[in-house]
Structures are given as structure tokens and as C-alpha cells.
Design a protein around this ligand. Sequence first.
Ligand code: FAD
Length: 487
Amino acid sequence: KPAVAVIGAGIAGIAAALRLALKGHAVTVFEAQDTFGGKMYQFDLPGGYRFDAGPSLFTLPALVDELFRLAGRRPQDHFRYERLDPITQYFFADGTRLTAWADEEKFADEVEAKLGVPAAQVTQFLQRSGAAYQATESTFLHKSLHKLGTYLSKDVLGALAALPSLGLTGTMHQRHAKAFPDPRLVQLFDRFATYNGSDPYQAPATLSLIPHLEHGIGAFYPEGGIHSIARSLVELAEELGVEFRYQEPVEEILTAGGQVTGVRTARDIYDFGVVVSNMDVVPTYRRLLPTQPAPERTLGQPRSSSALIFYWGVARRFPELDLHNIFFSQDYRREFQAIFEEKTVSDDPTVYVNITAKKTPTDAPAGHENWFVMVNVPHNQGQDWDALIQKTRRAVLAKVGRALGTELEPLLRAEQVWDPRGIEQRTSSFGGALYGSSSNNALAAFLRHPNFSGKLQGLYFCGGSVHPGGGIPLSLLSAKIVADLIN
Ligand code: FAD
């Protein structure tokens, strides 16, 4: 079996390396940074605060368990997690607070009590979201959409035939506005478009199956934080003989006669029959394959949103907050217009606050909390980020402080900021986009780059910038598809 080079130790690169090692390939992972995880890295701030830098919400943990099982291990011996209940605390602009309970009926009752929408409407919507997920999952997420064979299998043909009956026409927002009479509930469900960096006013209604992941299957928290997903998988990969070479960025993918032959780094040239790029697909073509023709149409697809994150050490505990907290904007449409049309940050952004110390008390000193405070912003196109950071910081402190009835700035003991420029610099994600290309049109799923190169034998792609898309679960699935294609 050919030796494999994986470019990047992001979550998909790690998972692909693991799967290929299990199939008997010798695998070497080249990573530019001094550690693994990519966007899923962790760091500490002075004063005893630990932060997960990137992802904070974890769904479909079975995709991680599957990797341990494939290796003949009991997942719970290596990686443990709990199902969250409640999932999220929502704070609406009009002062209404709502708790999203894990149990669908309890959540629906809460919606009826707080927003006056009949509980049955909520449970019916969630059930339909679940049915749509079941019908489409195996077709759109588990297989390459770019191989004829995918379309010839019986289950896929069945799923495609079922699509029109699922009522998934129009945009996500249109579907929610039709389903619910209350604009706050519409806003709550519209927010799921941001789970892959999209705009609910443009994204297709098919995305309204995302709530099923959280409410039907569950939202989870890994013991020790999100970073333990990457750490436990790297430990397993190392046990299986995968070699990780840190601080060794790949500078070129070498080719001859339409076939990859290896990689060149600053240190050396290495021979490989197969190369899997976990680097964002745009810089993979631009920087590592400069003389090859690039698929311009695919690479030119609009990017997903990025994020502006404030990591704050806060010298107080807030019992009214949970692991996941959302402080909604007054005018959601205006907020997405700012992000996707004006390419700037809204003056009144929706603010997401994640506090892992609620689950892992050692992540902050006693009586303190570690706040990961995130606002959705456009990807980097040369905006004046320093000015936007100052403006947004003021808006966030005022908004969240108002909702909690306290002045926040005097409580801040440590601070760090990550913006789209920094995300791009650290992870090579084009424009600092969190999820590769956006899903802001009905064909987006088909316009993502395939998991293989149609031009170069032996070249494959995994990670959030290629099929089936961004986020931890889809990145893990991209690794599965790549390993299946290689074998
Ligand atoms: P990445 O994490 O992008 O890693 C790529 C790796 O490749 C990096 O380590 C990089 O250093 C390395 N690399 C790049 N170029 C080279 C080279 N030339 N040579 C060697 N190495 C190279 N997802 C969720 O599921 N839930 C969330 O709540 C969530 N929130 C997010 C919040 C933020 C702030 C961010 C940034 C992301 C969030 N995501 C979330 C998205 C999620 O983090 C990503 O989709 C996922 O981690 C992508 O993994 P990946 O495998 O594509 O690789």
C-alpha cells in the first residue's frame, strides 16, 4: 500500500491519518504549527484561565467513538463526554429569557410558556427536521457527491426521490417564518444557519435540519473541553504508528506525469504515492500547486462567515449563565446584511458566550469564569479590523452587561482577541472563514471541492473547506470519505 502524507493536523487530517493507518498505510502528518488540532487548539491566559480557541459546540460524538471502535478500543476508555441539558440559554433583545432543554417536549413547553407559541408546533417542526435529516444524511454527508457510483445506489436514489415531499423549498428563514408566528422563535431557529457560517435569509431550507442535530441527537461536552477530541485521537493515531512532524509546513506538492510523487518542506523532500491535503483547498492550489490549473469556479464560491472572539478572564461567577449562552440582536436581518452584503460587523451583533468553567471548574480560578465571547463577522477582505474590534468590544460589553444587570469591564482580569486575520494566519483558512465556502445557495453542497483531484492521481482533500463541509462532524466525515476513496 502506498505511503501517505497528510498536510495538516486539523481534526480531519488526524482522522484521515488514523483511518489510513488502520488500513495498513504508513502515514506521516506534516503540521505547520508546533501542535495539533488546527482551529481546535487550546491556550491559557495569565491568572489561570484555559480556553478552547475555536469550536465550542460538539454534536454527533458517535463519529469520534467510531474511530476508537475501528481500532478495536472501547471509546469510553479514551474519550468521555456528557449530553448537555440544558443546551443553551437564550437572551432576546426584548428581555425575554428562554432555556433550550434537551428534551424536545420540555423545550416545546418552555417555548409555549415564554413565547406563547403552541408546544405542538415546536415538536412537529423538530420531528420534521429529524425526518429530513434521516432522509438526506447518508446521501449528502457520508459519500462523495462527485462520483457517479453515489447516484446509482438504491438508498441514494430513494433519498433524492424523497426530497420534494420534505417541504424544504425556499430559504431557511422563509421556512421558519412560515412555521412559527413569533419572530423570536424564528430568530432562534434561523441562528442554526450560522452553524456552517451561512446567512438564514439566503441559505436553502434544507439547512433547517441542523436543529435536529442539537435537539434530536443532542449537544455534548467532552470531558476536559473540546481540545480533548483532537488530543485523544492524536494519541490513538500515534499508537497506530502515525508519525506527526510539527513545525514542518509543506511548501509544495510534487507531481510527475499527472501523479503526485511526494511533498517538499523547508527541511526536506519526501516521496509519497498519496497526498491528503487537510489545508484549506484555496491555499492548497495557490501555494502548494502553483503550476497546476486550479478549479477556479469552485475556489471562487462565496466564503462562510468568520468570527471575532474575545477571550476574557472574568472575576465573578454568573449562575444565570450556562456553558452556551446567546444574546440576540434586535434586528437579525440587518445583522446578516452587515455581514454578507456590507462585509462589516453590525452595530448590534448577536453575542455568543461559551463558559467551559461551568463544566470544567479548573478552567478558571475559584469564583471566576473563562468567557469565550464570539460575534459572527465577514471573512477577511482587508477591512479595518482594529477599528471593528474596538467598536464591537464596546457594543458587546454594553449589551451583555445590560442583559446581566452589571458592568462587565471592571471584572475583566485577562483578555485576548482572535479575528479573521489571525484565524487565516494561524490555520491557513482562506480569508479566515470558519467553514470554507458558505451554504448561501441551493447548489452549495454540489459546488464544494470534491474529496479528490480530478487531474492529479493520488491527491485527496479533507477538512472543512471541501465536501461535505465545515464543522467538527462534517470534517470527520470528509476523512471517512477520503479513506474510502483511497481504498
Ligand atoms: P483546520 O482546523 O483548519 O486545520 C488545518 C491544519 O492544517 C492547521 O493545523 C494548519 O496549521 C495546518 N496547515 C495548513 N497549511 C499547512 C501546510 N502547508 N503544511 C502543514 N500544515 C498546514 N465547528 C463545530 O463543529 N462547532 C463549533 O462550535 C465551531 N465553532 C467554531 C468557532 C471558531 C472560532 C472557529 C475558528 C471554528 C469553529 N468551528 C466549529 C469549525 C471547526 O473548528 C472546523 O470546521 C474544524 O475544526 C476544521 O477542521 P479541519 O480539519 O478542516 O482543519
